[in-house]
Design a protein around this ligand. Structure first.
Ligand code: ZN
Length: 357
């Protein structure tokens, strides 16, 4: 079968190769890949910044966001049939207590593998095989958009973490601010709206046709941080901010966001910031506000299958309330033969998707 391949940590090594098609055992499922989504991790894999080939292989089949159709099921597989639409999760557990409890996203050991990233082939191929426990069945209504379920699940986990953590008190959140409007940021804003919150999305863009349509249809307010600096948001909005979600990727924005949540509020940090950045922060004031305001700052990364399952339900809810809206986020569709990693440098795109099938 045809597959895209890279030599990990070698920039410009991408090529399409003929590789052996997977053979399933009795507890595995063979999936024909329909679509493959690409994100910042793929961009960095293409740049040779990280990545790890499976043991014994010289190359890695990348791609961790996918949707496919079940082609064949092993004799011991139950509840998944030929023709079902499925999305596979990414992380594969090690033997730590969290991984063994189904929370590989909370792994404390770090020996997990990740399909398409670290030690396991991904989905940039005509077919892949997988155990049933890592597959999520997708309702037909979202089969065009659930290629984005993996990034959606990251936002889903973050919101769940916030809601779970806040069970520490009587809490009726009404308002949320989402800093950053990349794919996960838009999803976080949408999920918070589904949870009935007033949501403000903040970024540095004046206008963007696709994002503006999402804001308008879902009732999300947009603020340009060039007009209203992040630290001025509480004054500008003139109301309590119960939840702030930060995913700009900018440590400078993180510093500004520290004082955004109101009393009893939460700041959820989702940016994976690489660059080193330092500035003088008034720790005395931050501590004073956090202690006297019972505030919480929490970090969240990755997701597990429960967030994929909840994500599929929420995507279906958005699709039924706003038909066709999620689809507008897939701004570029290309064939594998036409794909190059350089395409991922185009910051105008929201979601790049390769049509595999
Ligand atoms: Zn683990």
């Amino acid at each position: 079968m045809k597959a895209g391949t890279i030599i990990p940590k070698q920039k410009g090594s991408f090529k399409i190769m003929e590789v052996e098609a997977p053979e399933i055992s009795e507890n595995e499922v063979l999936v024909k890949v329909n679509m493959l989504g690409l994100d910042g991790t793929d961009k960095e894999l293409g740049e040779g910044l990280y990545g790890e080939a499976p043991a014994g292989s010289e190359y890695l089949i990348p791609g961790h966001e996918s949707i496919g159709t079940v082609e064949k099921v092993g004799s011991a597989v139950n509840g998944i049939s030929t023709g079902d639409i499925v999305v596979a999760t990414v992380r594969r557990p090690d033997d730590c207590i969290n991984c063994k409890s189904g929370e590989s996203d909370m792994c404390i050991k770090g020996d997990y593998l990740e399909r398409g990233i670290k030690g396991e082939h991904g989905y940039m191929a005509e077919y892949y095989k997988e155990k049933q426990e890592y597959l999520v069945k997708i309702p037909k209504e979202i089969s065009e958009v659930a290629v984005m379920l993996e990034p959606f699940s990251i936002a889903e986990k973050a919101v769940k973490q916030v809601l779970e953590a806040q069970k520490r008190m009587v809490w009726q959140p009404k308002s949320a601010v989402v800093l950053g409007t990349g794919t996960v940021g838009l999803f976080a804003a949408m999920i918070l709206r589904l949870n009935g919150m007033d949501v403000v999305s903040v970024d540095r863009t004046a206008t963007n046709t696709i994002k503006d349509r999402i804001y308008a249809e879902m009732g999300i307010k947009h603020i340009n941080s060039n007009d209203v600096p992040i630290e001025k948001l509480p004054d500008e909005l003139g109301k309590r901010i119960d939840i702030a979600v930060e995913l700009t990727g900018s440590p400078k924005a993180v510093a500004r966001a520290l004082n955004v949540p109101s009393i009893n509020g939460v700041l959820c940090l989702l940016s994976v910031t690489g660059e080193s950045y330092s500035e003088s922060i008034d720790i005395g004031r931050l501590n004073y506000n956090m202690v006297l305001g019972n505030k919480l700052i929490l970090g969240s990364v990755n997701s597990n299958i429960s967030h994929f399952i909840k994500g599929a339900q929420d995507m279906a809810a958005i699709e039924s309330q706003h038909p066709g809206l999620l689809k507008t986020m897939i701004t570029r569709k290309i064939r594998l033969e036409d794909f190059s990693y350089e395409m991922l440098n185009d910051r105008e795109q929201i979601k790049n998707v390769i049509i595999m099938g």
